[in-house]
Write a protein of this length. Sequence first.
Length: 450
Amino acid sequence: MHNTKRALAAVIASASLVGFAACGNSSNSTQATDVSNAKGTIVVWGWDSGNSMSRIVKAFEKANPDITVKFTNTGTANDTSTALSNAIAAGNGAPDAVMLEGPTVTQFAVTDGLIDLGKYDAASFKDDFAAGPWNKLQYNGKPYALPIDSGPEMFFYNKSIFDKAGVDATKIATWDDYLAAAKKIRTVGSYMTNGSGGTNDYQPFTAQAWQAGAQPWKVDGDKITINMTKGEGMKKYIDFQQQLIDQDLIDTKVANWSDDWNRGLNDGTIASLTIGAWMPINLMSGAPDQAGNWRVQQLPQWKKGDKVSAEDGGSAWSITKQSKNPDAAWKWIEYLSHGSGAQIMADTGTFPALKKIQNSAAFTDPTTEANKKTNAYFGGQEVNKILVEAAQRPVTKFAYLPYNPYAQNAYGDEISKAYTKQVTLEKAMENYAQNLAKHGEDQGYSVDVK
């Protein structure tokens, strides 16, 4: 990969997170490992949406008394990648271990900010994780992170609103069924869903395009092919979304994760979501007035009878090249993703990537306190059983651009114009492709736009 320094600098935002502990200069990632004797202090960055990190740190330090963990809550995934970019560009200040969104890992692998975990034989864990989250973390056939959660795309819906509109959601097997249901939902004053084409819509876009079999971009070393409108999968996705926009079947004024979004979920004006399997805990906190009304089922299919899934988000842990204590950092990320910490995370609401937890009786046991609470919110459904089925459905291959954070930000800049009807979605995608191509060429890639 050439022009690496320039590629990295281009993704750095002007703002940085203040007060992060520095870990010193870069270490040699090829040095011999001595995990069994790892000790000392490690600095780790990540977000703590499940409020479980203090418990995990205490459990890890008890199991590893010679290692002290200094955890910094970075707030959001975007804040984390921005801060890491800044630290890498500065040559110091990066943590030992960092939590990243799965699609972002490739960028930091390309720009040489992360350690190839092959030195710790991480590739031997491949079959222990669900295929979707594991595949996102590979670069040049090597793992640069270990997944901690999985995000198979699911269909969540408010049964009370669907009943009011005379829609039996369990009969929605295809996206054509979904479109017909959206028209009925609109007649009772609600929207089937929301979508503003903003930055926070990027992950649902990639998941739904992925499920449609789309490959909007392909990466082969320094060569990138971008095809946002001409492939069969993208054509299906664009046509479907355009119908929702044109027929006023989607609330285009409400952005994902905004206050208005939570209000809409809580008052019933947003009647369903297609989003990752990590959503239950967010619905429970963001839409408490709808307790007992929400349900979850498998994603509608493009072809009746298919059982194709896709990943929406998901996070993972990596070791940075600047780490002074990579062996201790490995013990930390292995504990969280593959060891006892993975179970703690599952117990506190994280949907696991580790198949042995997904398949365990305890994870789906409806009598556990966590499952009783979740299942009650979802009207008595055994939620984890439904989510596990999705996680083990087949997924097609899907690659992310090596400058994924830029792609996410640029998505909102371009695609939002289609949702305000300034341009068609096809035209917005064409403009988006040109934007991504220019950025890629500026970073030294050879980019072909179809």
